[in-house]
Design a protein around this ligand. Structure first.
Ligand code: AP5
Length: 269
């Protein structure tokens, strides 16, 4: 994975395993493996962007993979991808089988020595079960699942003002987080665009899909003892400051558990 400004560029994730990352981050003892849950527009991508600089784990967003595919020519898009993009434009969820095929194809990213921050996946119980089986098979334990919470009226305001960089995918907001030059990205020379699914008719469909299909994951991960609930009110920095200590506390207890097992094994030999 090549790193610019200390940020992984996510090449293998965005473009598939044929486009391999140039360098792999240094392996960590207990790499961060985090899932971000929350309604569309709550700020998951913004938080992932802040967290990956600190945790040095790769920000893996399924929405970004679909948007990267949308920029390819018609000939380069598979029928499954064309179908997925049509669902996305309407604000509907892409079918589980298409999403899981795409994630499984990028399974190496879930094994990455630097860990991962999953954003937008899993989004249904079926996806969560597939992911669990995949991770359990190779003993890739999750650090935590963060659920961001915010009233719907604030979420709609965040989505309506969002602008995204076509090149590096950096996210801005026309009033809350404007770029320095209107319409241009501060990090690269990319142009900012309004996502097709940020139009009012798609926003409504997305919020309904979240309530119906994704909100039940909160209970799924609470039962697994992995859930951390964080208010998404306030500035991105305030939300980050609430998130990081929660994650560090969880990792510390995982670290203590792991050391206890090591010590037990040492005594037994
Ligand atoms: P995806 O790209 O995952 O979109 P999403 O989950 O709908 O989430 P968003 O990216 O819209 O919002 P966010 O929470 O990341 O908020 P952000 O940080 O950008 O998915 C898109 C589509 O792809 C889906 O609808 C579906 O069709 C398909 N898809 C993807 N994964 C799928 C899956 N697993 N299964 C099935 N289908 C799938 O912030 C939003 C705005 O608010 C920005 O402008 C930001 O600058 C601003 N902002 C952020 N934080 C704050 C703050 N604290 N204060 C003020 N403004 C803020």
């Amino acid at each position: 994975m090549s790193v610019a400004n200390n940020k992984p560029t996510r090449v293998a994730w965005l473009h598939g395993p044929a486009a391999r990352c140039e360098t792999v981050p240094k392996g960590q003892f207990l790499p961060w493996r985090v899932i971000l849950l929350g309604a569309p527009g709550v700020g998951k991508g913004t938080q992932a962007d802040l967290l990956d600089q600190r945790l040095l784990a790769c920000h893996l967003s399924t929405g970004d993979v679909f948007r990267a595919a949308a920029t390819r020519s018609d000939d380069e898009q598979t029928p499954a991808m064309k179908e997925a993009l049509a669902y996305m434009r309407r604000g509907e969820l892409v079918p589980d089988s298409t999403v899981w095929d795409m994630v499984r194809e990028r399974g190496e990213c879930l094994h990455c020595a630097g860990g991962f921050i999953l954003d937008g996946f899993p989004r249904t119980l079926a996806q969560a079960v597939s992911l669990k089986q995949f991770l359990d098979k190779d003993e890739l334990g999750l650090t935590a699942v963060v659920s961001y919470e915010l009233p719907a009226s604030q979420i709609v305001a965040r989505l309506g003002g969002r602008r995204t960089c076509e090149k590096c995918k950096a996210v801005y907001h026309i009033t809350e987080r404007p770029s320095k030059v209107e319409g241009g990205c501060d990090r690269c020379d990319g142009k900012l665009f309004l996502r097709e699914d940020d139009r009012p008719e798609s926003i409504k469909v997305r919020l309904e899909a979240y309530e119906r299909s994704t909100a039940p994951l909160i209970e799924f991960y609470a039962k697994a003892g992995l859930l951390v609930q964080v208010s998404a009110a306030g500035t991105p920095e305030e939300i980050y400051d609430r998130t990081l200590p929660e994650l560090e506390t969880r990792r510390l207890s995982l670290f203590a558990e792991r050391m206890w097992v090591v010590e037990e094994n040492r005594r037994d030999t």
